[in-house]
Design a protein around this ligand. Structure first.
Ligand SMILES: [Zn+2]
Ligand SMILES: [Zn+2]
Length: 342
């Protein structure tokens, strides 16, 4: 079978690899869809020397979605043929955080599928049955893959912000996570101001429900957001970029007593804590993906509220087109990009 590897220096390699067999407590999933997420760009762009021994790399992709194809000994909570999303982490399974479903925050050790274990960009994926989350019938595999990281991350960041429909939310970055935030927040009734520097992404944000879009390459977003909010700033702001200046802008565009949430990863950012945070009585939040239960929650929300998630998914590819898919995605002009498999 085929598996896609990030071999370094923005190259992907499609390798012929053996189909995995399930051990006790494991399942083998036949992949149906595997999403491309912004956080894949770090391992994709990393240099070959940082990557080390190419034979020790793992299959990429951390938004796996498919059908249970094989059961290991003792598996009773899923059955062959079940349609599932995979929560792409494992922990010890016993500590308090694991028992909450936040295995990525395991107090002892955690693995990340697509990074430290073989991920979704392959035909069959081996994983513990405990990582599988059954999908609502109405959810497509492509939608399930989106929920499995980027879209789910946006949904749970809005929950962390306790978004209120009467309020204005500014979202910095309209890649797949920020654009999902725009889609959800507008459906939750909030007024959404979407910020990006890429015209295609601003167009997509409008289509997904942004009330106003701001091109930060042309206008000062903080100034523009204050003008749109009677000089006060947004009630809440979400940074989905990880870019230091955008984080600073997100904080500065938040009004007194407001909330700013960070989901964009990486980099270091410096704030004047007194001026920018204390004297504004701000609440600063971090939000890291979601729990296994949280994955089920976002999938149900998409179905129950009839969220048009397909509008977010702008391109689909086969695994054979992995090179093309990553060149396109790393160019930064797309919405959600997903591999589909039969
Ligand atoms: Zn644990
Ligand atoms: Zn991700």
């Amino acid at each position: 079978m085929k598996g896609v590897y990030f071999v370094g220096d923005s190259e992907v390699e499609i390798r012929e690899i053996p189909k995995p067999a399930p051990g006790p407590g494991d399942v083998v999933l036949q992949m149906k869809a595997s999403g491309v997420c912004g956080s894949d760009l770090r391992p994709y762009r990393m240099s070959k020397s940082e990557k080390g021994d190419p034979s020790k790399l793992h299959v990429g992709g951390h938004e796996p979605c498919g059908v249970v194809a094989e059961l290991g000994e003792g598996v009773t909570d899923v059955a062959i043929g079940d349609r599932v999303m995979m929560h792409h982490y494992t922990g010890c399974g016993e500590c308090r955080l694991c028992r909450m479903g936040y295995t990525q925050m395991c107090l002892h050790h955690h693995e990340v599928y697509g990074s430290t274990a073989d991920g979704g960009h392959q035909e069959y994926l081996l994983c513990p049955a405990s990582t599988c989350v059954k999908m609502p019938d109405e959810l497509t595999f492509e939608q399930g893959a989106a929920c499995a990281c980027g879209t789910g991350t946006a949904f749970h960041a809005l929950k962390r912000l306790e978004l209120v429909g009467t309020e204005t939310l500014a979202i910095f970055g309209q890649g797949p996570v920020g654009a999902s935030g725009t889609l959800f927040a507008s459906r939750m009734g909030a007024r959404v101001i979407a910020v990006d520097m890429v015209p295609e992404r601003l167009e997509l944000a409008k289509k997904l429900g942004a009330d106003v879009v701001i091109d930060a390459s042309k206008d000062d977003p903080v100034q523009a957001i204050r003008e749109l909010t009677h000089g006060e700033g947004a009630h809440s702001a979400l940074d989905a970029t990880g870019i230091p200046q955008a984080r600073i802008n997100a904080v500065d565009a938040t009004r007194y007593w407001g909330k700013t949430c960070f989901v964009g990863e990486g980099n270091t950012t410096t704030f004047d804590i007194s001026q920018q945070i204390i004297h504004k009585q701000l609440t600063i939040l971090g939000s890291w993906t979601f729990s296994t239960h949280g994955l089920e929650e976002v999938a149900n929300f998409v179905v129950e509220r009839d969220i048009p998630l397909d509008d977010l998914i702008t391109q689909t590819f086969s695994l054979d087109q992995a090179k093309e898919a990553y060149v396109l995605f790393s160019g930064g002009t797309t919405g959600k990009v997903i591999f589909t498999l039969n």
